[in-house]
Ligand binder design. Sequence first.
Ligand code: NAI
Ligand code: PYR
Ligand code: MG
Length: 609
Amino acid sequence: MSSDSKSKSKFSHLPLSTSGPVECAVQGTELLNTPYLNHGSAHSTEERHAFNLTGLLPQSVQSLEQQTKRAYEQYSSRKDDLAKNTFLTSLKDQNLVLYFKLLQDHMKEMFSVVYTPTEGDAIQNFSRLFRRPEGCFLNINDVDRVSHDLSQWGNPEDIDYIVVSDGEEILGIGDQGAGGILISVAKLVLTTLCAGIHPNRTLPVVLDCGTNNEKLLDDDLYLGLRQKRVRGEKYDKFVDEFVQSARKLFPHAYIHFEDFGLTNARRILDLYRPKIPCFNDDVQGTGCVTLAAIMAGLHVSQQKLQDLKLVIFGAGTAGVGIADQVRDAIAAEKGIGKEEAAKQIWLVDKPGLLTTKTELNHGQEIYAKDASESNGMENSLLSVIKEVHPNVLIGTSTVPKAFTEEIVKAMAEHTKRPVILPLSNPTRLHEAVPEDILKWTDGRALVATGSPFDPVKGPWGSDGKEIEIEVAECNNSVVFPGIGLGSVLCRASLLTDKMLVAAVRGVADLSPALKDDTAPLLPGVEDVRDVSVRVAREVILAAVGEGKATEKDIPTDKAELDEWIREQMWNPVYRPLKRVDPEGASRTAKAELKVVGSLEKAKERVTGQ
Ligand SMILES: NC(=O)C1=CN([C@@H]2O[C@H](COP(=O)(O)OP(=O)(O)OC[C@H]3O[C@@H](n4cnc5c(N)ncnc54)[C@H](O)[C@@H]3O)[C@@H](O)[C@H]2O)C=CC1
Ligand SMILES: CC(=O)C(=O)O
Ligand SMILES: [Mg+2]
């Protein structure tokens, strides 16, 4: 939607409306060093005079489109994806509108550069590529300063969305210590890009608890705490101090947990979920998007959830998160209990099939099969598939090539359209690549992957049809931005199971495979903003239905609700700047601009690292 049409919206009075001028309390170099306010060469002649910018900019006044063209040429000249990622980080540090406009205009090309897999490389190289800090670094050895350190990020009404990681299990590349800040940063970039969450109202956080990554501990450039990971009571107190302080300082903020390790992710989610609006992306986001892909796959193969037989290879945070989401959906559809529904799901991990004889983690117990009935299929994934005849196989193991030709062919033996989802990131860790899966099943498999892959060309079938098969990206990025947007806009007091089910419905309804059985199972990145509006709408309606929406006057009519949502989504357009005194700025402007915070931040940025 253009900024012009937005200014006519009947919802432009809303506190989070992104129509109209932006109040600006800084000028001159400070303004140009504040990425949220800086328009660079696009500052109009009037703004150059009003904000003391003459002499600081070359004379030609350019448009955002011209700037985007130049930025794209600069981007394209960088030699590889990591260099492109570094270029984009630097652009973000200069001009937020231009950064997001460039990403939006080249969404498909750049998504994998700002997110998995390239962001994984940037995180692995965090201490080497570091130029300037971004986000909040909290220290487990200084728990008494957590509240103080968080309080630097604004006033109570300033922050809507926090992503926090302890850096232990990043994007399939393991323990990255303080480099985990960059997964918080990257996930927040996606909330803005994909769902229009206001980029100046978010906060990336890393909980530095040390690291068990020897390479980092031995690297004299490593920037985090040089000690082994702290666990136990001290860790729990640190996490709790963060959660309590964040809630107190920013009472509206929705807390998104990302890439915590296996022993902590679910435990922390279970502890805080009943009390505050929070979300674990690896557990719940992955569960929601994968269930939507499975539903689309079953639609193509003309089956129902009650026909589902699901094998998950890698029963960790993501694997069990998916199992839970699917289990609950089966239970709801069949009107049965969770234990009964769990019988349709088989988990395979390092020891083989999880049975009552296996040593189980919290969350895995309900899926354990009776050891006496497991008929010698304990040992291998292949034996489980041969025995169970599943119609869906998922990989969340980080074991590359684990889905061998024999395994994939065994999947295709008893099912016409097996759904096979190798979800481990980054690309090199996928359990199989789409080209092989499709070749081994003669194009019959319905495939979606954790990282993006190019389409695969036939020939397929006995008549040697030359169809190009597009492979959906089954990544939590399809769904977490919309869930976050819905929760933020309705100011949800909790994120309930029903709200998550509603989010799944929102994505599943937009699956291209519903209309064309050769199309991808999930919508692509180019449609992600529309997907986010739909997901947000479903989440909000579910929240209202459950009495968990605390925002007043939320429209109930779907079209009106969509307009209400879109009006509050931030877009990369230059809005005119309106000069205000820091003291005189309206409350709304303060909330949007974080006038006090941005003055401080602007000063920090001028001084650099
Ligand atoms: N596509 C998506 O949206 C998402 C993908 N992921 C990816 O899924 C993978 C797993 O992530 P998490 O669940 O967070 O990690 P995790 O460490 O919690 O789980 C991995 C599981 O795989 C098991 N495993 C390891 N080697 C195995 C082997 N040889 N045989 C059988 N099982 C084995 C581990 O024991 C563990 O239970 C990562 O690559 C991650 O990037 C995670 C979240 C979302
Ligand atoms: C996608 C994601 O959240 C992960 O790989 O951890
Ligand atoms: Mg993750």
